[in-house]
Design a protein around this ligand. Structure first.
Ligand SMILES: *[C@@H]1O[C@H](CO)[C@@H](O)[C@H](O)[C@H]1NC(C)=O
Length: 250
């Protein structure tokens, strides 16, 4: 069941200033009226609730809830206003119709770029080295720039799922209608093992997998081979020399 909450346009924000304030001068007062219209969609347009809220200086005065069908005051002054709104039968009929004329109407307009918006994640594995604890580091799987938010990320080791030693961040909104998530494998990677990160998302037909293996440590292995060969050479040289001298003296 999807639940989409669409806030309607702010009707008006009125800020009354005594005079244009000069630098360092105090405002004589701020008086703010604000209206919010919200459409709550449960299971698409199966169940829709229209909510209109009126505020004065951040305090909610009254509201109209389509589940109730009349204005209801939230403060003594709001009650007076609610009574006035409710006395206009035609206006109430119009408000009750806004679940259709406003909410359902806008749902249809907005669906292609909101409800049906799909952006697949880009997935990558990186080795993060810790400055405080030396060692082989840890593997981090990044799922970037996907929409909508629900996502599943799993780590595998040679095809076997690793349900433990896995920590994930919350799914973080980037603020541009995309999300990201980072999933860390808490155990150090071992040589000769293949690690896979698998991501499932509604935008993907099949789960997306990335694989990682410890790269051969080329520089160190070359040094080891070189040093090993040199030592072996020295041993043979010494043996040969020993035999030669021993033969010569006997
Ligand atoms: C959602 O709405 C559809 C019809 O649009 C209905 O068939 C389905 O049962 C509803 N699902 C839930 C969970 O209410």
């Amino acid at each position: 069941m999807e639940r989409v909450r669409g806030a309607g346009a702010v009707l008006a924000v009125l800020v009354v200033l005594g005079a244009p304030p000069a630098a360092g001068e105090e405002l004589s007062g701020v008086f703010q009226w604000m209206g919010k219209q919200e459409c709550h969609f449960i299971n698409g347009t199966e169940q829709v609730r229209f909510l209109e809220r009126h505020f004065y200086n951040r305090e909610q005065l009254l509201h109209f809830d389509s589940d109730v069908g009349v204005y209801v005051g939230d403060t003594p002054f709001g009650e007076i206003q609610a009574r006035d709104y409710n006395s206009h039968r035609e206006y109430l009929k119009y408000k009750r119709g806004q679940v259709d004329t406003y909410c359902r109407y806008n749902y249809k307009l907005g669906t292609p770029f909101s409800v049906e918006r799909r952006v697949p994640p880009s997935v990558s594995i990186s080795l993060v080295l810790s400055s405080s604890q030396p060692g082989p580091g840890r593997l981090l799987c990044s799922g970037m720039d996907f929409y909508p938010a629900p996502v599943q990320v799993r780590w595998f080791q040679d095809g076997q799922e690793l349900p433990e030693h896995v920590v994930a961040t919350d799914v973080v909104p980037n603020g541009d209608w995309t999300y990201q998530v980072l999933v860390l494998l808490e155990i150090p990677p071992r040589r000769g093992v293949t690690y896979s990160c698998q991501v499932e998302h509604v935008s993907l037909e099949h789960p997306l997998s990335r694989h990682w293996e410890m790269p051969p440590d080329t520089v160190r292995s070359k040094i080891l081979v070189g040093v090993g060969g040199f030592v072996l050479g020295l041993v043979f040289l010494a043996l040969g020399l020993g035999f030669y001298l021993w033969e010569k003296s006997s």
